[in-house]
Design a protein around this ligand. Structure first.
Ligand code: ADP
Ligand code: G6P
Length: 466
């Protein structure tokens, strides 16, 4: 059993099993913000990533990926149904995202959540050297810090939540709220995307557990748990370099030609998730066409929605509704060979994503609630030409850093239409001065800066990520 001085524990490993066009089995980087954030910082470090490989049954033995040792945790079909699809993605995910869909509560799911968290804690305990740093990620594994501390008191344990942490009024709905808070408080440092989340967490620790708590520290028994905001980011230099590649520039030109050389391309790239505001955005675009504000030939929309959590009922319902709406818009406003919405329900490699970003005049990132939204950051990093307008939801974590974006409340349909028009009609000077400012920010606030600041706070003096 290989042991490391730095262990990342996340529900999902950074690779997905897929079938290549020739029918062979191949692994590729999995989509989603957590993997995009952590993959670049572990690159070429003696680190272990403990996670699930995506299937059921025995855990496959995987080769190292980009220097990262992969330690797989097996999940049975029941675990996947009750832990991943159930408690994680039908209870916690909607609850933590403002309950934009109704959270579902089942006692059996809680049992599975405990069982799977224990398995991850045991795997992390095996993978960690004496006195190692173990960094636990996200809402699937909130009991792991507490369980791991009981197993291995020698470890430095960090926890980072990639999604929002909800206000007390919402969190108080959760049937096992006290156990969950105590689980997280097993960590030495608890990181959130925004300071509001740290504030919510402190208030709950005080209200539910009666612990002395400020927005920076919570006293638990004889320990002090530190909490704070560490906004996650991307590998800015990598995305810039990718966007500058001649093949990406050519591919972007080709994409625009294939779209019929419109004046404006509006792009959205999301996981197919009800938090992303896809339906509201489609409605805004179709009303702009119906009102006569935009013409399909001049202004096309490209909606990439990569399949996600497809066995969870709320996701199936969403996909059906989105596809029906795309069909309706194209049926009503498209022509032969000239659809209004180009809809792509598939994963893409990084080159294709970078080309899409470079091809888009407007990037519409309008989630109803989002912990950060790395797509917004990727778009900004890709616009090495300082062109491109970012229309960004106020309810994405990224809005706190991108005040120069065309900010919008995605629940306000008229506001969304106005903001899209504002971005479509903005002068090139306005667009580029906003983009320059955001790119400047992203160059200093990249993923390395995030990991360094978090790990320095977790282990003062050491900087494993630097
Ligand atoms: P979330 O964390 O909710 O998935 P983010 O915007 O933070 O949302 O992260 C999404 C990540 O997934 C980004 O890094 C993005 O590039 C990647 N991604 C999104 N759509 C696709 C796609 N069709 N193919 C491959 N990767 C994708
Ligand atoms: C969000 C979550 C991650 C998750 C990702 C993809 O980014 O915060 O924890 O990995 O979505 O979702 P999936 O269910 O495919 O892992």
């Amino acid at each position: 059993m290989r042991q490391s001085s730095l262990v990342v524990v996340a529900n999902r490993l950074p690779v997905d099993d897929t079938v290549a066009p020739d029918g062979a089995f191949e692994w590729r980087r999995s989509p989603g913000g957590l993997v995009s954030a952590l993959h670049p910082i572990l690159h070429d470090k003696p680190a272990t990533w403990v996670g699930w490989a995506g299937g059921t049954g025995d855990a496959p033995t995987l080769p190292d990926v980009d220097g990262i040792h992969l330690h797989t945790v097996p999940l049975s079909a029941d675990d996947v149904r009750e832990h991943y699809e159930g408690f994680a993605n039908a209870t916690l995910w909607p609850l933590y995202h403002d309950a934009v869909e109704q959270p579902v509560y089942h006692r059996r799911w809680w049992e599975a959540y405990q069982r799977v968290n224990r398995r991850f804690a045991e795997a992390a305990a095996q993978a960690a050297e004496p006195d190692a740093v173990v960094w636990v990620q996200d809402y699937h594994l909130q009991l792991v810090p507490g369980m791991l501390r009981a197993l291995r008191p020698d470890l430095r344990i960090g926890f980072f939540l990639h999604v929002p942490f909800p206000p007390p009024e919402l969190f108080m709905q959760l049937p096992r709220r006290a156990e969950l808070l105590l689980g997280i408080l097993g960590a030495d440092l608890v990181g959130f995307q925004r300071s509001q989340a740290a504030h919510n967490f402190a208030q709950l620790a005080n209200r539910v557990l009666k612990l002395p708590a400020t927005d920076r520290r919570i006293a638990v028994d004889d320990r002090v748990v530190r909490i704070g905001a560490f906004p996650v980011s991307i590998d800015t230099a990598e995305m810039e370099a990718l966007a500058r590649r001649p093949e990406v520039v050519q591919r972007a030109q080709r994409l625009r030609r294939d779209l019929g050389d419109p004046q404006k391309v509006i792009l959205s790239v999301d996981r197919m998730d009800y938090t992303k505001g896809i339906e509201q955005r489609l409605k805004a675009y179709s009303e702009l066409i119906a009102d006569g504000h935009v013409k399909v030939r001049d202004t096309v929309m490209v909606q990439v929605a990569v399949p996600s959590r497809e066995r969870v009922e709320q996701y199936q319902i969403l996909r059906d509704r989105v596809e029906r709406e795309v069909g309706r818009i194209n049926g009503e406003f498209g022509r032969v060979g000239e659809p209004a919405v180009h809809y792509l329900n598939q994963p893409f490699d990084r080159v294709e994503l970078a080309a899409l970003y470079r091809a888009a005049d407007i990037m519409a990132v309008t989630p109803l609630r989002d912990g950060m939204n790395l797509v917004a950051k990727e778009y900004v990093a890709a616009r090495v030409d300082d062109a491109g307008a970012l229309v960004l939801s106020e309810f994405a974590g990224a809005a706190a850093e991108f005040q120069q974006a065309y900010l919008v409340n995605p629940h306000d349909l008229d506001g969304l239409k106005l903001t899209l028009m504002h971005a479509l009609e903005a002068s090139p000077q306005d667009v580029s001065s906003r983009m320059r400012a955001m790119r400047g920010h992203l160059r200093t606030h990249d993923i390395q800066a995030w990991a360094t600041s978090y790990l320095n706070a977790l282990v003062p003096g050491a900087s494993p990520a630097a």
